[in-house]
Design a protein around this ligand. Structure first.
Ligand SMILES: Nc1ccn([C@@H]2O[C@H](COP(=O)(O)OP(=O)(O)OP(=O)(O)O)[C@@H](O)[C@H]2O)c(=O)n1
Ligand SMILES: C[C@](O)(CO)[C@H](O)COP(=O)(O)O
Length: 243
């Protein structure tokens, strides 16, 4: 990792979703992954990174699962109540941090259901995003041909993939800038699917930082199986993994 001093970084984990597309009996962030709840593995990855000072998790108001986990970590970890949309859950964490953190701090927002993020990705994100005033996000260049669906499940068009990237997380921004950007989209009730979009709508240009194809978001049942294969491959290679 770069020897240049980096700002104090808080990990923010939106974890208030219900996991509709997973269709499991409990929210997917609590499903077992190699014997450990998904959220615990993700948290350990982020809080285990040397550049991360502490964390804030945004949980559903009626979340009864977290309290059963007795998750232990040596770094500060706070719980806030998430909201109806992702943006509201992240905002809830930012509001907490505005009271708790320094104005010069940065926030690393990461899906609680991306447990396969690697230390190398986090190193790269921290080094490059904190050197860019608008911050940055992990992303993957699109490698497949993209089709836009038309009527009755047919192809309406092929989308030019040149210059297109899949946004991943973590996404790393100055706390104050992200707060102001999210406040603006919430006040305008503008839907955003990631934090970078809110920054872009505010006129910022976050840096695209290449991440790993293994940094998948557990969304559907098959993703859990894939995540197990990925994590087992990490342990075999004994490198790159977080924990
Ligand atoms: N109101 C919401 C919605 C989502 N999330 C979090 O945002 C991350 C990515 O969202 P997604 O994969 O869409 O999770 P869900 O919303 O739970 O999935 P689904 O859309 O299938 O219900 C997850 O960690 C989820 O818990 C959140 O904190 N608050
Ligand atoms: C933030 C994200 O993971 C970047 O790809 C994605 O936008 C989350 O979308 P979701 O519908 O909330 O899963």
């Amino acid at each position: 990792m770069s020897s240049v001093a980096v700002p104090r970084i808080w990990a923010v984990l939106p974890a208030a979703g219900v996991g509709r597309r997973m269709g499991a009996e409990l929210p997917k962030q609590y499903l077992p992954l190699l014997g450990e709840p998904v959220i615990c593995r993700t948290l350990s990855c982020l809080l285990g990174h040397s550049a991360v000072y502490g964390g804030v998790i945004a949980l559903a108001e009626d979340d009864l699962h977290w309290a059963t986990l007795q998750y232990q970590n040596v770094k500060p970890l706070h719980r806030v109540t998430g909201g109806a949309e992702r943006r509201d859950s992240v905002m809830s964490a930012l509001r907490f941090l505005l009271a708790e953190a320094d104005d010069s701090d940065w926030v690393m927002v990461h899906d609680a259901v991306r447990p396969c993020v690697t230390e190398r990705e986090l190193d790269r994100l921290v080094a490059r995003a904190t050197a860019h005033a608008a911050g940055g996000l992990l992303a993957m260049p699109v490698r497949d041909t993209l089709k836009r669906e038309g009527s009755q499940g047919t192809v309406a068009a092929t989308t030019d993939r040149e210059g297109l990237w899949h946004a991943l997380t973590p996404q790393l921004f100055p706390l104050r800038l992200l707060y102001e950007a999210l406040l603006a989209v919430i006040d305008a009730d503008t839907p955003v699917t990631d934090e970078s979009q809110a920054m872009e709508l505010r006129g910022h240009r976050p840096l695209l930082i290449e991440g790993s194809a293994t940094n998948l978001k557990i969304t559907r049942p098959s993703d859990l199986t894939l995540a197990e294969v990925i994590l087992k491959s990490y342990s075999l290679s004994e490198s790159d993994t977080c924990v």
